[in-house]
Design a protein around this ligand. Structure first.
Ligand code: AMP
Length: 426
């Protein structure tokens, strides 16, 4: 049996890097006063259809959906879907728990797996992990303020810096309000009616179902035609333009570098106004580290109160790939234990367990050998997993003085048990 195509097992030492990234993200989120939310892995299918959008690739082609049969008379059969993203679930929870009634902005982050039936390749999986955050609340709590957009982007720049990811690029755009987008869609359709027959098959379909998606096209031959299409920037009303100008002004003040990209419309229907993507050259074809934007109408689209918001999702798999490219992290990930305890004889196994328990309770990372091993085998095993070996024979138990060998220096020392913790911790 093998893991299903597009899924994979994460093994040590790589998982150490995953944990380190998650720990840094949690620390940064705490400094910006975000709290963690954990939503279910599956939701009612209609949640994604109504938020992400029926015509998006995610909903039309990539979701893992099944019919959940009723188990009792009182239950109804229901169409369920493994979450392809987490914003819809967060906003569903915001509505369900009436979080807006507190009158405070809700600042929520999540870390967890998402599922999309995409064509697997490097950096693209069918089960992948996202770290994301949302700032959402009633308008009077300031949820529409451009300062929120700038703050989220500044936080992301800080997070990537603290993760040690250098060379990222922030691309920024405004897709305007729902009305701006409707106007733009019309302008786009009018031109696409004329040029679509010269575009690729996918674009011809998108021109009918979801014209904005044409801007995502990567087919080289289509690019000159797409570059000449109307720009969304020209369809923004004064309010949307002012909002975007305030976002960029705040970013300029904070010294967060960005590039404007009028083609950045992103693959989900719920975005309004600010949209953004952070990319990294080291990732190859799948170069997006993270993406996000505003979704001022999402809550209402799924039956909730007016609750503008902004958020992002970063690909944890891709953060790992980026960091693995740097040698230092590979080495840090394979950190050995503080010590390996080698009992000399099976009768000393219980005493070795007691010593290991004591040292581990003091915070040291300890490997426990086995008294059935010959000393040579213990040394070989210890050298692979720990910095030092602690020999525990009858003499050591009697005298309370242990023999410790350091593999890096090759020195052997006699250490009284009371000093063992501080000696090994060095
Ligand atoms: P999206 O939810 O499509 O805006 O994606 C946000 C981020 O999640 C992307 O920038 C990627 O880093 C990551 N991501 C999306 N889809 C996948 C996938 N199939 N495999 C790995 N990472 C992904």
């Amino acid at each position: 049996m093998k893991a299903v195509r597009g899924t994979r097992d994460l093994l040590p030492p790589e998982t150490e890097l995953w944990n380190r990234i998650e720990a840094i993200a949690r620390k940064v989120f705490a400094r910006y006063n975000f709290g963690e939310i954990r939503t279910p892995i599956f939701e009612d299918t209609s949640l994604f259809a109504r938020s992400v959008g029926e015509e998006t690739d995610i909903v039309s082609k990539e979701m893992y959906t099944w019919e959940d049969r009723a188990r009792a008379q009182s239950e109804k059969a229901q169409s369920l879907t493994l979450r392809p993203e987490n914003t819809a679930g967060v906003v569903r929870a915001y509505i369900e728990h009436k979080l807006g009634e507190s009158g405070q902005l809700q600042k929520l982050y999540y870390i967890g797996p998402q599922f999309r039936r995409e064509r697997p390749q490097k950096g693209r999986y069918r089960q992948f992990w996202q770290i994301g955050a949302e700032v959402i609340g009633p308008p009077f709590a300031g949820s529409e303020s451009p300062l929120r957009d700038a703050e989220v982007l500044e936080m992301l720049a800080t997070l990537l810096d603290e993760l040690g990811i250098t060379g990222w690029k922030l691309e920024l755009n405004s897709v305007g309000s729902a009305a701006d987008r409707a106007r733009y869609n019309e302008a786009l359709r009018a031109v696409l009616d004329l040029v679509a027959p010269r575009l690729c098959q996918d674009c011809q379909r998108r021109a009918v179902t979801n014209p904005l998606r044409v801007l995502d096209c990567k087919v080289p031959e289509d690019q000159p035609i797409i570059e000449a299409l109307p720009k969304i920037t020209d369809s923004l009303d004064q309010e949307s333009m002012d909002h975007f100008a305030a976002v960029t002004a705040a970013l300029d003040a904070a010294g967060v570098p960005y590039q404007l990209n009028p083609r950045l419309v992103r693959g989900l229907d719920y975005y309004t106004r600010t949209t953004f993507e952070f990319t990294h050259g080291g990732l190859g074809a799948q170069n997006a580290l993270l993406g996000g934007g505003r979704y001022d109408g999402l809550s209402e689209a799924i039956g909730g109160p007016k609750a503008p918001g902004i958020g992002f999702a970063m690909g944890l798999d891709r953060l790992v790939l980026t960091l693995q490219a740097s040698d230092a992290d590979q080495k840090a990930a394979a950190r050995p234990a503080h010590a390996y305890i080698a009992p000399l004889g099976e009768n000393l196994n219980p005493a070795a367990l007691v010593l290991a328990r004591e040292l581990r309770r003091s915070g040291l990372s300890i490997e426990l050998g086995d008294g059935s091993f010959r000393l040579k085998k213990s040394f070989e095993a210890a050298d692979k997993v720990a910095r030092r070996i602690v020999i525990l024979g009858e003499d050591e138990v009697q005298s309370g003085i242990l023999t410790v060998k350091d593999f890096a220096t090759g020195t052997q020392s006699k250490i009284p048990r009371a000093e063992l913790v501080s000696f090994l911790a060095e």
